[in-house]
Each structure stands twice: as structure tokens, then as C-alpha cells.
Design a protein around this ligand. Structure first.
Ligand SMILES: Cc1cc2nc3c(=O)[nH]c(=O)nc-3n(C[C@H](O)[C@H](O)[C@H](O)COP(=O)(O)O)c2cc1C
Length: 319
């Protein structure tokens, strides 16, 4: 049997497959054996109580879905009492995901969430920074660095930085997160999209725009995972459109140490087990003794790092 265990910094995972935040709930334990997952990543919590975005909040599009759920939250105290305890006791590392409006709010909340049973904190810095016109923290290296370093000073737990595919030079953002003390990069969140109902001429989402997830996102998320993995020394966790074991292998070859599965679980709640079993079968069929040996093993005959940088510079004209 191939060894599927991986290490994300100081954290050992029995296999590289875990849910993506917001696409998983404790009720999935009816369809999944949680003790077979690499980790349990919970829906983001925000320190302030809020109701989320206007409805409709989800819409199906070709190749995926759009969502503008926002982060409905009853606040941290309710989260610690009612949400977190339900995920403990499965023998699987629990990762809490945190969104916040300001750097100070991120830092204070990380302190509150750093408690026994929490294996790592995933900072969802793809959320709006209310101190910078609502632009997501992870859109810029500076605000990424500010948010992650403030959190780093507030916790000794492993800290994962979840980036956004909406950023132009994602390698620079990943380097900023690493320099600020992140233990891992999660690449990444949804890509901003839109759909319009041509009969009513109104957007399908109550919020107008929303995040694209699912298979349509995969090539972009894979490319950005590759770029992040080339840019930093800390582990990268790939996320975006992963629905099969082959998808997971692609992300690992691109440099991901582990993968997160989001939208695919809505279609098939058991998909993460199928991905894990398929990864095992792939390793055995291809003589791979340890899944960790796949990480970054893509054979690149083409562009090197400098060529990528040149290409990126052409894609994102200087401001
Ligand atoms: C309905 C829905 C809710 C989500 N909620 C969160 C969230 O609370 N926090 C977060 O960091 N990402 C959230 N995401 C983003 C996912 O974690 C994931 O990054 C994204 O969907 C891309 O992966 P996928 O294509 O496998 O779904 C959400 C995605 C969806 C579709």
C-alpha cells in the first residue's frame, strides 16, 4: 500500500484530501467517515455577528457555480460553543477558518480561536479589507503581509493563508504571506464572476457578482498553485475545481502538498473518499511509494521561472 500521509508544516495528515471551507458541514458525517479525511476545515467564522449577503446567494453556471453567501455569523462566542465542538473527537485535525474586516479584528480573533483541539487556523484573507475600500486583503502583498504578521504575533498554532485567484501577481502575494510567518498557502478561493438572466435582465445573484467555483475554475487554480509552489518554501494546499483523483494528482504534481475539495461535494457528498481511494490506486499503478513524492514532480520542459515572470508582467501591465 502506498503511504498517503503528508506533512503540512508541523502538522501530519493521514492523507492529503480535506474539505474546502464553506462546502462541508458536520452533517456530512452521515455520508463520510471523518476519520478517513486528511483534515476537517470548517466554514469561515467572522468575529462580528452578521446575516450574510442578499438572496439569491447561489446560481448554477456552465462548468460550476457562483455564490455570494458572504460569511453569515453569530460571532465567535456562539461559534466556540455551538459550531467547533461538533468537529472535535473524530481523531482528525480540525482547521478553523477565519474571516475579518480589519487587521486588528483578524489578530484578536486568532487569539480567541487558539484553543485546545484546533490544529490550525486558515486565514481567509480573500475577504474584503474594510480599511482599504473593501478590496480583499490578498489582492495586494502589503495588506497580505499586514494581516498575516498581525495574526502570526497572536498565535503559535499553524497559520494557513488562503489566497484569492483574483490577484494578478499571486507569487508576490504568496511570498508576502510566507515572509509574514504563514505556515502554508491555500490556493485558493473562488474567482469573481457574474451571470445575468436574459429574461428579467437581472443578475442571477442578489449581490450582482459572486465567486465562481467548480470545474471551470480548475485550470486557473492549478496554474496559480504551480506559481505559488515555485515562489515559496512553505507547503501549498491546492483548491479549485477538484472533483476526481486525477485532479488531485495534477495539483500535487503542480506542487500542492494537499488538496481541498469544495463544490464537488455538493454533487456527491462521498467524493472525498473516492478521491483518496483513487489517489491510492494511482500511486500503486504508477509505482509511487509515497504520495508526498508526487509533490512538485511535474515535468516542465517549457518555461522556467523567469519566463513565467516575463509572461506575468505582459499579462498585468504596470499601473
Ligand atoms: C457555497 C460556498 C461557500 C463558501 N464559503 C467559504 C468560506 O466560508 N470561507 C472560505 O474561505 N471559502 C469559502 N468558499 C470557497 C471554497 O472554500 C473554495 O475555495 C472554492 O469554492 C474553490 O473550490 P471548489 O472549486 O472545489 O469549490 C465557499 C465556496 C462555496 C461554493
Amino acid at each position: 500500500m502506498a503511504d498517503l500521509s503528508v506533512r503540512v508544516g508541523s502538522l501530519s495528515l493521514r492523507n492529503p484530501v480535506m474539505p474546502a471551507s464553506g462546502c462541508f458541514a458536520v452533517e456530512y458525517s452521515e455520508a463520510l467517515d471523518f476519520s478517513r479525511l486528511g483534515a476537517l476545515v470548517i466554514k469561515s467564522v467572522s468575529p462580528k455577528s452578521r446575516s450574510g449577503n442578499p438572496t439569491p446567494r447561489v446560481a448554477e453556471v456552465r462548468g460550476g457555480m457562483l455564490n455570494s453567501i458572504g460569511i453569515p455569523s453569530k460571532g465567535l462566542a456562539a461559534y466556540l460553543q455551538q459550531v467547533l465542538p461538533a468537529y472535535l473527537g473524530f481523531g482528525t485535525p480540525v482547521v478553523v477558518s477565519l474571516s475579518a474586516d480589519t487587521v486588528a479584528e483578524f489578530a484578536a480573533a486568532v487569539q480567541v480561536l487558539s484553543r485546545p483541539g484546533v490544529a490550525a487556523i486558515e486565514a481567509n484573507i480573500s475577504c474584503p479589507n474594510l480599511e482599504a475600500d473593501g478590496m480583499a486583503f490578498a489582492m495586494q502583498a502589503r495588506s497580505t503581509h499586514d494581516a498575516i504578521s498581525a495574526m502570526r504575533r497572536s498565535t503559535t498554532l499553524p497559520l494557513w493563508a488562503k489566497l484569492t485567484p483574483n490577484a494578478g501577481d499571486v507569487a508576490a502575494i504568496a511570498r508576502a504571506a510566507e515572509a509574514a510567518g504563514a505556515d502554508a498557502i491555500v490556493m485558493g478561493n473562488t474567482a469573481l464572476g457574474m451571470a445575468i438572466d436574459v429574461r428579467t435582465r437581472r443578475p442571477l445573484l442578489g449581490n450582482g457578482m459572486g465567486g465562481l467555483s467548480g470545474p471551470a475554475l480548475k485550470p486557473i487554480a492549478l496554474r496559480m498553485t504551480y506559481q505559488c509552489a515555485r515562489a515559496v518554501r512553505i507547503p501549498v494546499i491546492g483548491c479549485g475545481g477538484i472533483a476526481t483523483a486525477e485532479d488531485a494528482v495534477e495539483f500535487m504534481l503542480a506542487g500542492a502538498t494537499a488538496v481541498q475539495v469544495g463544490t464537488a461535494s455538493f454533487l456527491d457528498p462521498g467524493v472525498m473518499h473516492r478521491i483518496t481511494d483513487g489517489l491510492q490506486a494511482y500511486c500503486e499503478a504508477h509505482g509511487v511509494e509515497r504520495a508526498a513524492d508526487l509533490v512538485g514532480a511535474v515535468q516542465m520542459d517549457g518555461p522556467d521561472q523567469q519566463a513565467w515572470r516575463d509572461q506575468l508582467a505582459r499579462m498585468a501591465p504596470a499601473a
